[in-house]
Design a protein around this ligand. Structure first.
Ligand code: OMP
Length: 273
């Protein structure tokens, strides 16, 4: 199964649009684990085990592991997810973007070392910086398009004077990702839940692509508006929440609390379809 098929299968098996983001911060760990970077695997696997029947995907953010020299724990976590939840695709959030020869190494890291099913990428350096990932035709490559942060305005909302119709940068990218750049049909786009109007615009320009939508939960994005703007039958959205799920409780009941919040969020997203 390729990444797009995995997403469709997990969405229907778990009846979910919710992705749980795995952004482990030892300072926020419960009880005796607090401050202990050696517990990153234990914390994240606890979250995975508690939510694996509720999600369309998991999304570990690599910086939260690398900052603590915990790449070995990320490798173990990826293997753990494959073992306990083989039906749930894993998106490695790495936001890579570099020249082709270096991108080849990043693609190996994501797809061979970590066995990710998809990776997030910055398209700022253009198509040749994306192509090495496209050589893994079963894997997903999810391009930053209209990000959830306010600083996204600095570039993504600028108009391109030399392109017919003078689209904004994010609009131009969405159209390219749907067409010329999508050589093997494996591209997706990142659009922030904090900008539902732009989610709708991206959905117009990229009617079939999977959209990874972070920004519900801690960043305050509107879950209902997100679904209305982005979800269409056959065109999946992957709505990601990290802190609101991971740190629903700072006590030893963290996994049960994460499950409760994940279930509420999943149900809220489903009710808006
Ligand atoms: O690519 C991402 O996942 C991403 C894109 C974006 O535009 N905004 C954004 O917040 N993210 C990531 O999504 C997660 C959001 O975490 P919470 O705000 O805690 O749900 C973090 O891992 C971010 O790095």
């Amino acid at each position: 199964m390729n990444f797009i098929q995995q997403i469709h299968a997990a969405a229907s098996l778990n009846n979910s649009l919710l992705c749980v983001g795995l952004d482990p911060e030892p300072a926020k760990f419960p009880g005796a684990w607090k401050g202990d970077a050696g517990r990153i695997f234990d914390f994240c696997s606890g979250i995975v085990d508690a939510t694996k029947d509720l999600v369309i995907a998991f999304k570990p953010q690599i910086a939260y592991f690398a900052a603590h020299r915990a790449e070995d724990q990320l490798e173990r976590l990826m293997a753990h997810i494959k073992r306990v939840a083989p039906h749930v695709p894993v998106i490695l959030d790495a936001k890579r973007g570099d020249i082709g020869s270096t991108a080849e190494q990043y693609a190996r890291e994501a797809f061979e070392r970590y066995q990710a099913d998809a990776v997030t990428l910055s398209p700022f350096m253009g198509l040749d910086s994306i192509e090495p990932y496209l050589r893994y035709p079963d894997k997903g490559a999810i391009l930053l398009c209209r990000t959830s942060n306010t600083g996204g305005n600095d570039w993504q909302m600028q108009r391109l004077a030399d392109v017919p119709g003078q689209p904004r940068l994010f609009e131009h990218l969405a159209a390219l990702a749907q067409t010329a750049w999508n050589k093997n049909g494996q591209l997706g786009l990142v659009v922030g839940a904090t900008f539902p109007g732009e989610i709708a615009r991206v959905r117009e320009l990229a009617p079939t692509l999977p959209l990874l939508i972070p920004g519900v939960g801690a960043q305050g994005g509107d879950a209902e508006a997100t679904v209305k703007a982005g979800w269409r039958e056959g065109a999946p959205i992957i709505v990601s929440s990290s802190r609101a799920v991971l740190y629903a409780s700072s006590g030893d009941d963290f996994a049960a609390a994460a499950r409760r919040v994940a279930m509420q969020t999943r149900d809220m997203l489903n009710a808006a379809r």
